[in-house]
Design a binder for this molecule. Structure first.
Ligand SMILES: [Ca+2]
Ligand SMILES: [Ca+2]
Length: 426
């Protein structure tokens, strides 16, 4: 059950910046039940997706949740085995006039499902019965479900699909153009608004005929060669697309698809894990080999050597409240909760910097309408804030209260960690 954030709203310092890093704090603002995503629709509301199938609305101004979920699909998302659940929501580019939005979840038999719903006359309540299915992709294994939806600056709906699960992509789906697994899809949701499949193919998609005359690659595909793109996002300023692609056993990576780059990029999985040659087992003849120049290589990799295990991609910061984040891509690791930034210190050279030693089970980042960033770890939602906001707290007169709140918060985090040991590790 989600709770209003009264206990956390004081801007309590819980997690301190890592040594020699930027001045940023994670300020707890709310709790929810296994939040998997945080986003906005251009106003004060944060839309918080819970893994079990609810979308909650949290008002940033009042620091309270709406009393009822925006959407409750808990009846449709009943299988939470492995990494299954509901993962994101995105709003139609014409939402203001048509009220359509999209959700991505695994259904009762594990199929990757992308559906459209409609808001009611109450802007805080969606019509539960307005479902229209865009894609239903059978997915027998319960890991690598992908899960990100984003509307790009071009107004198209992008969806990140995992490689189909198991380990090491045994069927080489991510390199198979006839499979939607291991791909980034780009759909025109302004086409077929009132008829199945409720999307069309953008005329500029790279594998639409005549670019793909033998139709070897499905028309929906925008990019190939991803393992489990657990969070991708567009730089809201220039449209560059950053992808956090989860690795197998050794290497996590950040990929960049610049707005000006040619469409149809191949990010290399499973031929490569990061910059390492991995395997061609199960791949069809003609699949590019390791280090092929046809691959797009990551702008950053990191290993599991120090406890990190699974990247959680974030956002390129375009807010204003945290000066030290300006001009940086912010991302984290699910296991350690460490949050880091990447900055392009010279053309095509990206420099990593530790930002904050965060809380484990870091599932997602989110962005509000002003471009400020949030993250979720365990059941707690944090705002990334400048340290000055904490320094301004009335420490002297409220020190006992703050200490009590800190102990409560710490206890909640520890309980959360224990409960979530086996939940949605990717
Ligand atoms: Ca095609
Ligand atoms: Ca790759």
């Amino acid at each position: 059950m989600s709770k209003p954030a009264t206990a956390f709203a004081a801007g309590l310092l819980l997690l301190a910046p890592a040594a020699a890093s930027a001045a940023v704090n994670l300020v707890p603002i709310a709790t929810a039940n296994q939040p998997t995503y945080i986003t906005n629709n251009g106003d004060q509301r944060l839309f918080i997706v819970e893994r079990a199938g609810r979308i909650l609305i949290f008002n940033r101004t009042t620091s309270t949740f709406q009393p009822f979920p925006f959407l409750d699909l808990t009846g449709k998302v009943v299988d939470l085995s492995g990494e299954r659940g509901m993962f994101s929501v995105a709003f139609h580019p014409d939402y203001a006039t048509n009220g359509f939005f999209y959700v991505y979840y695994t259904n009762t038999v594990g199929d990757v499902t992308i559906e459209r719903y409609h808001v009611t006359s109450d802007p805080n309540i969606a019509d539960q019965n307005s479902a229209a299915t865009l894609l239903d992709i059978p997915h027998p294994l319960n890991n690598h479900n992908g899960g990100q939806l984003q509307v790009g600056p071009d107004g198209f709906l992008y969806a990140g699909i995992g490689d189909g699960g198991g380990a090491n992509d045994p069927n080489c789906f991510a390199q198979n153009g006839q499979s939607l697994f291991g791909k980034l899809l780009r759909l025109d949701v302004r086409q077929n608004l009132n008829q199945a499949p409720f999307y069309g193919i953008p005329s500029s998609n790279p594998f639409l005929a005549p670019n793909d005359p033998a139709d070897q690659i499905r028309d929906e595909i925008w990019a190939l060669g991803l393992r489990n793109p657990w969070r991708f996002s567009f730089d809201r300023s220039n449209g560059d697309l950053f992808i956090g692609d989860v690795g197998q056993n050794a290497v996590e990576e950040v990929d960049l698809h610049r707005a000006a780059a040619a469409a149809g990029q191949n990010f290399g999985w499973k031929v490569m894990e990061g910059n390492t040659c991995l395997s061609m087992d199960g791949c069809a003849a003609g699949t590019p080999i390791c280090n092929s120049p046809s691959f797009t290589f990551p702008i950053h990799t990191y290993t599991h050597d120090t406890g990190d295990c699974s990247i959680t991609g974030g956002y390129f910061y375009r807010g204003s409240a945290v000066a030290d984040l300006v001009g940086r891509y912010v991302f984290g690791d699910y296991c350690t909760g460490s949050i880091r930034t990447l900055r392009e210190t010279s053309p095509n050279v990206w420099t990593v910097q530790p930002l904050v030693s965060g809380a484990a089970f870091l599932t997602t980042f989110g962005q509000d309408s002003a471009g400020e960033l949030y993250t979720a770890a365990g059941n707690t939602i944090f705002k990334l804030a400048a340290t000055t906001s904490v320094a301004a707290l009335p420490r002297a007169s409220h020190a006992p209260l703050l200490l009590a709140l800190a102990l409560l918060a710490l206890g909640a985090v520890l309980v959360t960690r224990l409960r979530r040991r086996n939940s949605i590790r990717r």
